[in-house]
Design a protein around this ligand. Structure first.
Ligand SMILES: Cc1cc2nc3c(=O)[nH]c(=O)nc-3n(C[C@H](O)[C@H](O)[C@H](O)COP(=O)(O)OP(=O)(O)OC[C@H]3O[C@@H](n4cnc5c(N)ncnc54)[C@H](O)[C@@H]3O)c2cc1C
Length: 374
């Protein structure tokens, strides 16, 4: 176990539009400091998530990702310690293979001590969540599924069916409620955003509507996730399509008539820059897969089997539409996932060959393991 919590320096280069952060930095620290220079990172939904694990696993930003791609696509350099104990400064010129593998290969190749990545001139968004009664899941889901493909890349959206427990860690407006929520992050004018969101607001009376013009520092309120530790289990798959039959199946699995103990079933709509190879290519495996589906259950360890079962019921039920690769950040740590299936055969082969060069004895193996090539 390597604890990096105290390596949380964040230095912003306002002119060069970049951040250099220590391995232990969390997103809230970067968002706050970048905002002072009128800039924003490709952060995730939760402010307490670590920059390192998130970025090495790809980093799917629910605010700016559809127009800018994965966080891993915008890494400029990484300081790492490889399995041989060497401290290396890795970028596209110095160690191109290792640079490719680290961005998407997650913890398989080295211990990262610092990251340098791009920031973007974004200081506000039109965003938030529209929460409808869970009984209206079918109506909301169908309208959302028809609506989002016609929106521009500056509109990022997801839908979540939520059965929120009455735990104190769960924020008040959603605590203890059965809701379906549409999340919006639009990097454009409020007037355009309002116009675009109209068809969603027309579906049903909202229980709560937090979509508004907001400073970028408030982005965590879009998903409004707990920031204190909560015992939970989650894992996800990618969908290669979401046709009407898949919508019916999802409604059956998590809608009002479902017998599920799942806390959240979240479907993020991807596409746009997420599909385009980055300027400096990397190992991110999920380009071209248009949806990410995540199941989250919560409860004490004594309920472990039940927590895992409820996630499995969702993902197994949606298997007919599952894509052929997986998003590393949405894998459960204990999931017996085969890394070749996560990355696809060609990408895996290259990863295995780079692993042989930099970690031939497979020191970094407590992960979704890339095994050194023979
Ligand atoms: C509430 C919540 C919301 C989330 N939202 C998003 C989201 O919007 N988009 C998204 O892409 N992901 C999201 N995630 C998933 C998140 O990106 C992963 O859980 C990621 O692993 C978190 O990294 P960490 O550094 O915080 O965690 P850690 O537990 O510290 O690290 C997880 C793993 O990452 C690797 N790692 C971490 N630090 C280093 C390092 N310094 N060097 C080498 N390897 C390292 C290791 O393999 C480690 O085991 C979310 C997770 C949670 C809990």
């Amino acid at each position: 176990m390597i604890a990096t919590r105290r390596m949380n320096d964040v230095a912003i280069d306002a002119v060069g539009r970049s951040a250099r952060v220590g391995a232990g930095a969390i997103w809230s620290e970067v968002v706050e400091k970048a905002a002072k220079a009128g800039l924003a990172p490709l952060n995730g939904s939760n402010p307490s998530v670590g920059v390192s694990g998130y970025t090495l696993g790809g980093g799917l930003s629910p605010t700016l990702g559809r127009s800018h791609g994965y966080a891993a696509d915008h890494v400029r350099s990484l300081d790492v310690v490889t399995a041989d104990g060497e401290l290396r400064h890795v970028n596209a010129e110095s160690e191109p293979d290792l640079f490719w593998a680290l961005r998407g290969g997650k913890g398989n190749f080295a211990v990262v001590t610092a990251l340098e990545f791009d920031l973007f001139p974004v200081s506000r968004l039109y965003g938030g969540g529209i929460y409808f009664p869970g009984e209206r899941t079918a109506d909301v889901l169908r309208v959302w599924a028809d609506w989002h493909p016609s929106t521009p890349e500056t509109m990022v959206t997801s839908i979540a069916v939520m059965r929120m427990p009455s735990m104190p860690e769960v924020p008040e407006p959603v605590r203890g409620k059965f809701l379906v929520s549409v999340r919006i992050a639009y990097n454009g004018t409020t007037a355009d955003g309002e116009r675009m969101v109209e068809p969603l607001r027309a579906v049903a009376p909202a229980v709560l509507d937090t979509v508004r013009d907001m400073p970028y520092t408030e982005v965590a309120s879009i998903h409004s996730e707990p920031t204190e530790p909560v015992p939970y289990y989650e894992r996800g798959i990618m969908l290669r399509e979401f046709p009407a039959q898949a919508q019916d199946k999802l409604i059956e699995l998590v809608g009002p008539d479902a017998e599920t103990t799942l806390v959240i079933a979240e479907l993020r709509a991807l596409g746009g820059a997420w599909d385009r190879e980055s300027a400096v290519p990397n190992a991110v495996a999920t380009r071209g897969l248009p949806y990410s589906l995540l199941g989250v259950s919560a409860g004490p360890l004594s309920q472990e089997q039940q927590l895992k079962r409820s996630v499995a019921e969702l993902l197994d039920g949606m298997k007919p539409w599952q894509g052929d690769r997986r998003f590393v950040n949405n894998l459960a740590p204990d999931e017996a996932a085969d890394a070749a299936a996560i990355y696809g055969p060609e990408r895996y082969e290259r990863l295995a060959s780079i692993k042989k060069t930099y970690d031939p004895a497979n020191m970094f193996r407590l992960n979704h393991n890339v095994i050194p090539a023979a």
